[in-house]
Design a protein around this ligand. Structure first.
Ligand code: HH2
Length: 257
């Protein structure tokens, strides 16, 4: 899954693709690099980020989504706003990727009314503004699993079939480095929920802490984490550095029995 951030303030590529033409060109480039789906978002969720209002988020993403749905790959919209979900699905977008797991009022209803759409629900502790202030868990993997299981059940009760749902542990969302690493080390414990896993390690700060590198120089570390996640059963990896990730996955695939 190639990332297209149509934002002025994303943590690793903020401002690069805020212009609709630049973002559309980014979509094309990621496909040439081998992306099999595109994730387009208009809100940065980096720690401390401000939330744009709905009109601004729509202004950012709609022109890019309009282009992306013509490209012949599944397109996902990275949003928590029901109005943005609705507008995107009406344009023909295939998937809603919500870091807030459809918890905003009205979000469940939008997905229930679009039975062909897929949805990714992610675990986050707190909100981006405060989530990295000393997050605490007794057992992070257990708590993430319990949250995702509860949301999955709630979605089903709201009329969203489990087959439509992908789960995401939310790397870096209200989690320390140790929490993130535990979620990778013990990723198998999330697979027992019986749903596909999507993970986003790309350029995240844990990789910066390990390597000492700034966000723009974390491609190799991101590829390593993506590869480990796939080896441990992740179905989708959300990445900025598509070409390098695709190469790594090709080598992994060639080595499989
Ligand atoms: N991470 C980010 C944004 N959306 N969605 C899912 N499902 N999983 C993730 O791990 C995830 C996500 C944050 O990364 P990025 O889009 O690069 O930065 P920003 O939120 O600053 O735009």
């Amino acid at each position: 899954m190639g990332i297209v951030n149509v934002t002025p303030d994303s943590f690793s590529d903020g401002g690069l693709f805020v212009d609709a033409d630049a973002a559309a060109a980014r979509c094309d480039a990621l496909l040439r690099e081998g992306a099999e789906l595109l994730d387009i978002g208009g809100e940065s969720t980096r720690p401390g980020a401000a939330t744009p209002d709905v009109a601004e988020e729509l202004r950012r993403v709609l022109p890019v989504l309009r282009h992306a749905v013509t490209l012949g790959v599944p397109v996902s919209v990275d949003t928590s706003q029901p109005e943005v979900m609705q507008a995107a699905l009406d344009l023909g977008v295939d998937i809603v990727n919500d870091v807030r797991a459809l918890q905003r009022p009205g979000a469940l209803q939008v997905l229930a009314a679009h039975p062909a759409a897929g949805v990714c629900i992610m675990h986050m502790k707190g909100e981006p503004g405060v989530m990295q202030r000393a997050p605490h868990y007794d057992d992070v993997v257990l708590e993430v699993r319990q949250f995702l299981a509860a949301r999955l059940a709630l979605l089903q009760n709201a009329g969203i079939a489990a087959e439509r749902v992908v789960l995401d542990p939310g790397i870096g969302f209200g989690k320390t480095m140790e929490h993130n690493l535990a979620l990778l080390r013990r990723q198998a414990e999330l697979l027992v929920l019986g749903r596909a896993l999507l993970v986003g390690w790309s350029r995240k700060s844990t990789l910066g802490t390990i390597t000492g590198r700034p966000a723009a120089e974390r491609a190799s570390a991101s590829v390593a984490a993506a590869l480990m996640a796939v080896e441990r059963g992740a179905a989708v990896v959300r990445v900025h550095d598509v070409a390098a990730t695709v190469d790594a996955l090709k080598v992994w695939q060639a080595c499989r029995p």
